[in-house]
Design a protein. Structure first.
Ligand code: ARG
Length: 463
């Protein structure tokens, strides 16, 4: 296939340089967007009288045929083409000759590629958004089922205070809701059309940029032609948003890995979402969660790639920018792949409330409640804290829990204790009392779930 830029050159490109320069391996993913963009551009050229109406019709029909054949698998993308833009234009010209050669009037590959990436990533954002929605809904169902299932809440990975499993899960729902919000922000900023920026300086032809923008579903046009062709902020922004999603999935994965260890055994993963060991017959490994945690590294790497590619580039287009695509494509695919296995893994896991309760009973996680009790009896919190600390020390030395101490033992530490202490430190009561907004009490968790459901709906209707 001839290069689009043959006129000035006397020799063919060195074949290794040709491979080095080519981007068809990865930008062929944008074939549909490239053709859709070209159909809109042709419509605009026709409307503005820059090409004749019959030429516009012929170009549009042939481009539609090419797209249909690519989708049906009856036309293969030529791996020797320089990039997807060259391939589509070459194929068009091969079919309709000089008319095809008119398509590139008032356009450059620079605004074409900027357009294609925006169109492609816009769709990918919608796909990630949909997966996050499904994940949130799965979390809501689990959280509702476990809004009263007690387990220890941790700080420093040390048992801290009693919470419910529903409350713990909803913390992740909050993260994923923020992720969805970030994605829709990113989509909004991305959704401006660069088409008509041409190579860098706009054009002398009487084009109508707003028309192509509206045909392609954009909210508006990039206001500066240099910026239109050289802006890749949206690639950086999306890569950052995807990195944050992976960070959240990775933290969640880490907890799942801990929870299904024998040391915790708070959950058991379904056989369909676990793997075995080649040598140790007893093993059931949380490979999916580990892989999600591991793949986080590669998505962060993709973010660093685009930030570094862009940092020293003078205006406007530079070939360095061809390196914008592989990283962000990889990041999107990785996130989609992770979400598509993570959600069903969560949905099918078995929750083991007894083991959670057992862990909650063991770690003096009602000690704060014991101190709070003394505060209600008139002691200053600092004094109540110190007395409770001494009581915990006594329990550890004597192999007891706070619930198992006799009233005499309590009173040996402070006269302020009476029999009402037991109902104050009862684990279920400890949780039920944490009714502050956003707190761990089942009633508060219920309100939290309702809030999250409304938020999800608002995010989806805004998208
Ligand atoms: N393959 C190029 C890219 O991905 C397309 C734009 C090429 N423009 C140019 N003037 N060489 O960025």
């Amino acid at each position: 296939m001839d290069k689009l830029w043959t006129g000035r050159f006397k020799k063919a490109l060195d074949s290794e340089v040709n491979d080095f320069n080519s981007s068809i391996r990865f930008d062929s993913k944008m074939a549909e967007q490239d053709i859709t963009g070209s159909i809109a551009h042709a419509a605009m050229l026709g409307k503005q009288g820059i090409i004749a109406a019959e030429e516009c019709t012929a170009i549009q029909k042939t481009l539609s045929d090419i797209l249909a054949e690519l989708q049906a698998g009856t036309l293969a993308i030529d791996p020797a083409a320089e990039d997807i833009h060259s391939f589509v234009e070459g194929e068009l010209t091969r079919r309709i000759g000089d008319t095809g050669k008119k398509l590139h009037t008032a356009r450059s590959r620079n605004d074409q590629v900027a357009l294609d990436i925006r169109l492609y990533l816009r769709e990918q954002i919608d796909a990630v958004f949909g997966e996050l929605k499904a994940l949130c809904e799965t979390i809501f169902t689990l959280a509702e089922a476990h809004k009263a299932t007690i387990l220890p809440g941790y700080t420093h990975l040390q048992r801290a205070q009693p919470i419910t499993f529903g409350h713990h899960l909803m913390a992740y729902a909050m993260m994923f809701l923020r992720d969805m919000d970030r994605l829709s922000d990113c989509r909004r900023r991305m959704n401006q059309s660069p088409l008509g920026s041409c190579a860098l300086a706009g054009t002398t032809f009487p084009i109508d940029r707003d028309y192509t923008a509206s045909l392609l579903g954009f909210d508006g046009v990039c206001q500066n032609s240099l910026d239109g062709v050289s802006d890749r902020d949206f690639v950086v922004e999306l890569s950052a948003d995807l990195s944050v999603i992976m960070m959240h999935l990775s933290r969640f994965s880490e907890e799942i890995i801990l929870w299904c260890s024998w040391e915790f055994k708070f959950i058991e993963l379904d056989d369909a979402y676990s793997t075995g060991s080649s040598i140790m017959p007893q093993k059931k490994n949380p490979d999916i969660a580990e892989l999600v945690r591991g793949k986080t590294g590669r998505v962060y790497g993709d973010l660093m790639t685009i930030l570094t590619v862009m940092k020293g580039l003078p205006l406007a287009y530079n070939k360095d920018m061809q390196e914008d695509k592989e990283g962000v494509f990889d990041a999107v695919e990785t996130v989609l792949q992770c979400l598509s296995v993570f959600t069903p893994m969560l949905k099918t896991m078995r929750v083991l409330p007894q083991n959670m309760k057992h862990a909650a009973d063991k770690g003096f996680i009602n000690a704060t409640d014991c101190a709070d009790y003394l505060v209600t009896r008139g002691l200053p919190f600092r004094t109540a804290y110190k007395i409770t600390g001494e009581i915990v020390g006594y329990c550890i030395e004597n192999g007891k829990t706070l619930e198992a101490l006799t009233l005499e033992e309590y009173q040996s530490f402070s006269e302020a204790f009476d029999a009402s202490v037991y109902s104050h430190i009862d684990m279920a009561a400890c949780v039920a009392k944490r009714t502050s907004k956003g707190g761990a009490a089942p009633a508060a968790v219920e309100a939290e779930i309702q809030w999250a459901k409304d938020r999800l709906q608002a995010l989806c209707s805004r998208q």
